[in-house]
Design a protein around this ligand. Structure first.
Ligand code: G3I
Length: 511
């Protein structure tokens, strides 16, 4: 049966614009929520405080599409975990390779994210040829490395960890080919070279075990105080934040961040994770959530704290089990990419509502879709959808939203939307089109479908929901590149149609 035939209040194509607009408004009054809230991401919540929320990532992880989808949507900033380091970018002297780093900066550009460049001068992941240089050649090699790498990423990288981990835990300078050749002057030399290569990038010194007050953070404080006094180009101090539940929370973190900010510098939490001795249990995970919350609260309390980066967001891709055998579970999401209690703690600390992560199941709905529209180039898009409850308990449909992504193509950006038929009754179905703030490939708008009431029993399907949308100027679409559309005319599971329960993604991959 044709969708249009079943329409009760559809607007036929070709009518005068005024009438069509009125028709769209009528549809809006009939059932579209005027201001249905976007589920806020961690970055959205941080941005409301003028800060970013970011994650480290690494090239081998990006083909994991579910991982990449969350990386691209939940976080406003990314840091390459390895691919801008010296051993990757200049493995042999004078031979530079930017391929891997470029993949990360391209990902960030495609997802509207900023990049923290990591890292130009570090004693680790340093190719052997640097350590083998005569001391007299180290400064030139370091300056050349910084010039080439920061120069290549000029305009792409918002901030650089110019110098990483310059201190031992007792606050003495760490021996490295750079310190051994130049003494602590290598730090000012590196900052000046980075400033010359990219005058717009924010330049940081970054270290671990400096989060709280203590000998190591005192040493960092003395160093950057001197650099500031000498007019060396330094913009910020990074506090890595590799914490562990068994070692306690760093004392005086907020006061510590504040004293650096009072020097006129930005501060940032650059590599946050909170590991624990495995197996994880409820008590350790609760402590972990408290530590994550404490870090967010410390950053929020200091105006010059510009943002927080987690050292990857999921236990699936953590560096911890390799570096600390027997430890792990350090991240905000578990190995199956499900948000943990720590994720909820961060959300709540950022001022968001608890969207029901906490390791609990958000529910078990899946979306199915069939292509019921034989005309992909006409002026209407007609998705036919079903929801199926694959779980063991009923789902309250009033908590459910479904999104179907498409491109608006040319023409106006106001829409009329219709439910043409549903066994639930179209009067219980809400529908609206919303524009994406950051358009993605095949997606600059989405149709959002909701339910005024109702419950879907375990194992049940909603049956077919016939939907339709058009622009108010009735200009044509090109549906062939639309993110959520497939060409199958029989119902199939639809991973590119998302289902949210209580605001949490329960099915599908967002664009
Ligand atoms: O690429 C090789 C691969 O070819 C080889 O088969 C494999 C075998 O072990 O190793 C791979 O290299 C690994 C590399 O990560 C890329 O995955 C190294 O062994 C491994 O040691 C390296 O670990 C990185 C670590 O820095 C090295 O110090 C972590 O991924 C990275 O997350 C971590 O990041 C550091 C920050 O840069 C600075 N602060 C501390 C933080 C955690 O250690």
């Amino acid at each position: 049966m044709s969708l249009v035939k079943r329409s009760t209040h559809g607007c036929p194509g070709g009518l005068p614009v005024l009438l069509l607009t009125a028709c769209a408004v009528a549809a809006s009054l009939a059932g579209v929520p005027a201001a249905a809230a976007e589920p806020s991401t961690l970055h959205d919540l941080a941005a409301a405080h003028g800060k970013y929320f970011g994650s480290a990532t690494d090239n081998p992880e990006l083909p994991d599409t579910a991982y990449a989808a969350t990386l691209g949507s939940e976080f406003g900033q990314i840091t390459p975990g390895n691919s801008m380091k010296w051993d990757t970018t200049e493995p042999q002297q004078g031979q530079f390779s930017f391929t891997k780093g470029d993949v990360i900066s391209d990902f960030a550009r495609d997802h509207g994210q900023t990049v923290r460049g990591h890292t130009l001068v570090w004693h680790s992941q340093l190719p052997g040829w640097v350590a083998a240089l005569p001391a007299s050649q180290v400064e030139a090699a370091m300056t050349n490395h910084i010039t080439e790498v920061a120069g290549h990423y000029r305009g792409e990288v918002a901030a650089w960890d110019v110098v990483n981990e310059p201190f031992n835990d007792d606050g003495t300078f760490r021996a490295s080919p750079f310190y051994n050749a130049m003494g602590s002057d290598y730090i000012a030399t590196a900052l000046r070279a980075a400033h010359a290569a990219d005058p717009d990038a924010k330049l940081y010194i970054n270290d671990y075990n400096t989060e709280g007050l203590g000998a190591k953070s005192d040493a960092m404080y003395d160093l950057v105080s001197e650099l500031v006094a000498e007019g060396v180009p330094i913009d910020g101090v990074g506090f890595q934040g590799h914490l562990a539940v068994q070692y306690g929370f760093p004392g005086g973190m907020q006061q510590n961040l504040k004293r650096f900010a009072d020097l006129g510098l930005d501060v940032a939490v650059t590599e946050l994770d909170v590991r624990m001795q495995l197996p994880a249990d409820a008590a350790k995970l609760a402590t972990q959530a408290t530590y994550y919350r404490n870090v967010v609260e410390a950053c929020l309390a200091v105006a010059r704290c510009v943002g927080i980066t987690v050292w990857d967001y999921t236990d699936k891709y953590s560096w911890v089990p390799d570096a600390f055998p027997g430890q792990g579970a350090a991240n905000l999401y578990d190995e199956n990419l499900r948000p943990k209690a720590s994720y909820d703690a961060v959300r709540t600390a950022l001022g968001g509502d608890d969207e029901g992560g906490g390791g609990g199941e958000p529910g078990a709905l899946k979306a199915r879709y069939r292509n019921s529209d034989p005309a992909p180039a006409d002026n209407q898009i007609k998705p036919a959808l079903q929801l199926v409850n694959t779980g063991a308990a009923a789902v309250d449909l009033s908590t459910v939203k479904v999104r179907y992504w498409f491109t608006g193509d040319n023409g106006v950006s106001s829409y009329g939307t219709w439910c043409d038929w549903s066994p639930l009754g179209c009067s219980t179905i809400t529908h609206r089109v919303a524009a994406m703030s950051s358009p993605k490939a095949g997606a600059d708008h989405y149709l959002e479908v909701g339910f005024g009431s109702g419950s879907l029993a375990a194992g049940s399907s909603t049956g077919e929901i016939q939907l339709r949308l058009s622009k108010t100027d009735w200009s044509n679409f090109d549906e062939t590149d639309d993110y959520s559309r497939t060409t199958g005319t029989s119902y199939a599971d639809a991973p590119k149609v998302a289902v949210y329960i209580g605001g949490e993604l329960a099915w599908g991959i967002e664009p």
